[in-house]
Design a protein. Sequence first.
Length: 284
Amino acid sequence: MTDVSAPHPTAAESGAAATQRFVTDKPASLAATPKERVDAIAREVLAAVHDTIRKHRVTYEEYNALKAWLIQVGQDGEWPLFCDVWLEHVVEEVAHADRKGSKGTIEGPYYAPSAPELGADATLPMRDGEKGTPLLFQGQVRALDGTPLRGVKCESVHADDDGYYSQFAPGIPQWNLRGTITAGADGRITIRTIQPAPYQIPTDGSCGKLIAAAGWHAWRPAHLHLMISADGYLPITTQLYFPGDPHNDDDVASAVKPELMLELTPAADGNGRQTSYDFVLDPA
Ligand code: DHB
Ligand code: FE
């Protein structure tokens, strides 16, 4: 069997990759936001920080430690990580509050566009002897009234059995455990893969320093990332979770929702586990 062990990734490596990915894929600008709105939001954020400084009588020593830490987050490339772990879940909550279909959750920093096209019955690219419990995922994508949708595309990505993502941890082939699934007229998708392991956000960088200094933990429960779209419907970005994971109740990124829990049974062919999950999209 091929040795599939990868060197342990460092925060600097995955942080730099996540920052590069964000800058390349999501060029962002404040230009479209009216200045009244920027003024209100910036002022309220600053006022909340001022109140916290007063309430806790923050010292000059602590203020300088904060400045050093903020500088280090940038040097480690960990702003995408910081934002996606501690802020994105509320942005997602606000953005999708009016949706009637399936729940979304955070995207996180490890998406990469243009994953290989695999058809409707997909085996995600994996290494020879990829470690982990085989997983068969089946799903159907429907409208609110239950009609199967046409033109369904599902991008799927997840961590490997060590909790590492291709393109963000070293030594993993580029498209490992990443794929684009295109359903037929019945809106059904099949994904053959392995079950991901829980993921720990990098502990050796500045986000890890905050976690250690505050006595928190760095774990996200194991999850599958799925981005589902269909012609004429609002796309959803979501994650699905595995029952019994010790971190389902205290995800560092606060992204777990009860509706996103999978039910697993032993696979019919005796090889690993199987699960199904149906997605309902809101009309555009
Ligand atoms: C982070 C990582 C993830 O895999 C994820 O799904 C969400 C957030 C992160 O490290 O920020
Ligand atoms: Fe993830």
